[in-house]
Design a protein around this ligand. Sequence first.
Ligand SMILES: NC(=O)c1ccc[n+]([C@@H]2O[C@H](COP(=O)([O-])OP(=O)(O)OC[C@H]3O[C@@H](n4cnc5c(N)ncnc54)[C@H](OP(=O)(O)O)[C@@H]3O)[C@@H](O)[C@H]2O)c1
Length: 328
Amino acid sequence: MEPWTDLVDRALEVGVVGSFTNVGLRVRRRVGRWTDPAPDALAGRSVMITGTTSGIGRAAATACARLGATVHTVGRDPERTAVAAQEIAEAAGGATVHAWTADLGDLASVRTLATDFLAAGHPLDSLVHNAGALLARRTLSPQGHEATVATMVLGPTLLTESLAPLLAASGAALVPPIARVVFVASGGMYLQGVDAADPLGERSDRGYRGTVAYARAKRAQVVLTDRWAHRWPGVAVHAMHPGWAATPGVHESLPRFERVLGPWLRTPTEGADTIVWLLTDPAAAGMSGRFWHDRRERTTIRVPGTATSPGTTDRLVAAIDDALSPWR
Ligand SMILES: NC(=O)c1ccc[n+]([C@@H]2O[C@H](COP(=O)([O-])OP(=O)(O)OC[C@H]3O[C@@H](n4cnc5c(N)ncnc54)[C@H](OP(=O)(O)O)[C@@H]3O)[C@@H](O)[C@H]2O)c1
């Protein structure tokens, strides 16, 4: 990166608002002379994306389909997922877009998705964990886990490890020869660390704030990236944050935030830019276990007291392994 570009990027990053809004993306794109992926950048590739009925996931699926990928969309409502898949295929000029049904917060449903997908014999070189939501009230998954963690941490972990051998085998044909997994985290994770005493938010006696539960689950995604990069050989594992984008999810969960930032919110396609970049850029594929925003690796710590010690990460991993053990 040229010194001038680097300076502008750093100046934006210091002020959160400048970085996370469409201002950050548009200035970085211009100053950094971002190039679009080649029109056939994903030809021959096979990509699964969760949460494709709306927002960033739908935009990422559309972009991947337009770049030539076979796209496997995953949603929890069969009809809405199928309709969205058809619309994505049409928007991409008749691309191949499959629709799969799974509730990412339900381990039984994730298990069934993985089994059915493997039985169908499709290749798969990339997996994007985009499904997520900020819940106003404490909710439990069918297995009794806090639903935000279940949807954004437990389900995605089970899905990835179930598909990891397939990912590694399909990814071996890529250049460089490595499969790609992307966790769509959030800049909100900067505000929370992993709770060492309750890494999966299981305790109900501590009160519930949706924004805190959401930030902790996103923090867990980011903290775990490095561990998963070691656990799944042949798979490059990335976490990224999309900035702030105008999506149905933001409209539903954060209406005041949406009203205040309205004109500065990114489009869903802008929010999806770094996801698509991570899937297409050979330099990004050569790295693993990192955290990205606007096509650049970012710090994971901005707020004092939010760093995660190796011991706390061990506890988090142990709690996840414990929760997933009946489903392995
Ligand atoms: N927009 C932002 O500014 C922003 C900022 C930071 C991070 N993010 C992250 O970006 C991702 C996409 O969010 P978005 O803003 O595009 O929101 P969105 O429009 O609400 O999209 C979320 C998608 O996730 C799906 N989903 C939620 N829970 C699910 C579950 N249990 N199983 C399967 N699918 C589920 C939703 O499906 P349904 O249609 O069935 O609800 C929907 O397709 C999320 O992980 C979010 O946390 C967004």
